[in-house]
Ligand binder design. Structure first.
Ligand code: NAD
Length: 372
């Protein structure tokens, strides 16, 4: 077994723990892992069209090979799939047409957007149907697909409607990564760099040394690529296990996200999630440096890596006044007092309660003048 040791239990609560494991060829007809999660129960596969026809056919062949009582719903992936209720209704209709009941299983295969929307639907259908996730982008394999959050965008806000809901299992199959384009790879690296910055400096150095293998799509038999993906998973799970339902005021996994989410919205999602988070992190690193928390050398290394990974450091026409409301959106998302994660070194986070618009202006000017 290629990924024998790549398995971890996410211990959310004793009633809601689940395994996250790396698996080779999860939909090979001799791999019983998913089929073994269901007996005679009905199954609905919700599949991201972005994985390609060949992969979709492979899933159908898999279900037929194990005589699963399965239906398939293939949806166009990407952020739009989370826009409002339309796709939630589509999943519900398909589930109802196939006669799913509370013992049925949903198998969600796709990027973070399809997983967020379909995971949300699974949690409200019949007050909750079991689901398994097979994340298919680098970002969803190391972040969006492995945690407790599900949701859709509404009233121009990201994830305004959503739930905490745990899957029964998450299977990370790196063979899906081969069809990703460079922007999606870079976007996934942004979230790996994020966890490295807040809690694991060694992971940061690994990415510094090996990001080119990711950009060159050299995933096959590449031990360091596998280790980096898996370490990204472990760092995320560490945080999820610490605060699975986000009751604490600090949200380290949301590092850079107060600006990132805002950038996604004001660019009409022309910036994808990872790109926007990277730009948000760049701003917060510059603010950390201005506050004498982060050294010039560390700031330099971070901005250089983000650039090398082909991540934009800021949306070219972003003005402080446009980004600033992101802070209040974020405060409302936290409830109560604002807690923003900054850095006091690579791998060391610190929470602060205030930011000034002058600091944001400074950071945007810094990027324009000194970095781009
Ligand atoms: N729930 C969470 O905890 C959490 C965490 C982080 C991000 N997110 C959310 O995840 C979303 C971003 O997810 P994403 O980065 O996976 O992007 P995505 O799901 O929006 O997908 C991006 C594109 O990749 C395509 N795609 C999917 N798999 C593919 C494959 N194997 N090969 C080729 N193309 C493929 C999709 O069809 C889409 O066109 C955002 O909405 C973000 O807010 C959620």
């Amino acid at each position: 077994m290629k990924y024998k040791d790549y398995k971890i239990l996410a211990k959310v609560t004793p009633d809601a723990s689940y395994t996250v494991s790396m698996e080779q060829d999860i939909f090979d007809t001799d791999n019983p892992l998913i089929a073994g999660k269901t007996g005679s129960e009905k199954v609905l596969f919700v599949i991201d069209r972005g994985i390609g026809e060949k992969a979709i056919e492979k899933i159908k062949t898999y279900a037929a090979g194990f005589s699963m009582d399965a239906a398939f719903l293939v949806l166009k992936g990407g952020e739009d799939v989370k826009l409002g209720w339309d796709n939630v209704y589509r999943v519900v209709d398909k589930a109802e047409d196939h006669g799913l009941d509370r013992k049925s299983l949903m198998v969600l295969v796709g990027g973070g957007s399809v997983l967020d929307m379909a995971g949300f639907t699974a949690s409200i259908l019949h007050r909750g149907i079991r689901h398994i996730r097979v994340p298919t982008t680098l970002l969803s394999q190391t972040d969006a697909g492995i945690g407790t959050k599900n949701g859709i965008n509404f009233r121009g806000q990201k994830n305004l409607l959503g739930v905490f809901n745990t899957p029964e299992a998450v299977f990370i199959d790196p063979s899906f990564l081969h069809t990703l384009d460079q922007r999606q790879i870079s976007s996934g690296l942004a979230e790996i760099i994020k966890v490295a910055l807040i809690q694991n400096s060694e992971l940061f150095r690994w990415v510094e040394r090996h990001y080119q293998d990711f950009l060159a799509q050299e995933f096959e038999n590449n031990e360091m690529v596998t280790r980096i993906i898996w370490q990204g998973v472990l760092e995320h799970i560490k945080q999820i296990n610490t605060d699975p339902y986000e009751t604490e005021q600090g949200r380290p996994l949301d590092f850079g996200h107060q600006w990132g989410h805002r950038l996604e919205i004001i660019t009409g999602h022309a910036m994808n999630h990872g790109e926007a988070v990277a730009a948000g992190m760049a701003i917060d690193c510059i603010i950390s440096h201005k506050r004498n928390l982060l050294s010039s050398t560390d700031l330099e290394s971070i901005l250089s890596l983000l650039k090398a990974v082909k991540l934009p450091l800021v949306y070219e026409s972003a003005a402080a006044a446009e980004l600033w409301p992101g802070l209040e959106d974020f405060r409302r998302h936290l409830g109560g007092e604002l807690a923003i994660t900054l850095l006091k070194g690579i791998g060391k986070k610190i929470d602060v309660n205030t930011l000034l618009i002058e600091e944001l202006e400074y950071a945007l000017a810094y990027v324009k003048e000194q970095v781009q």
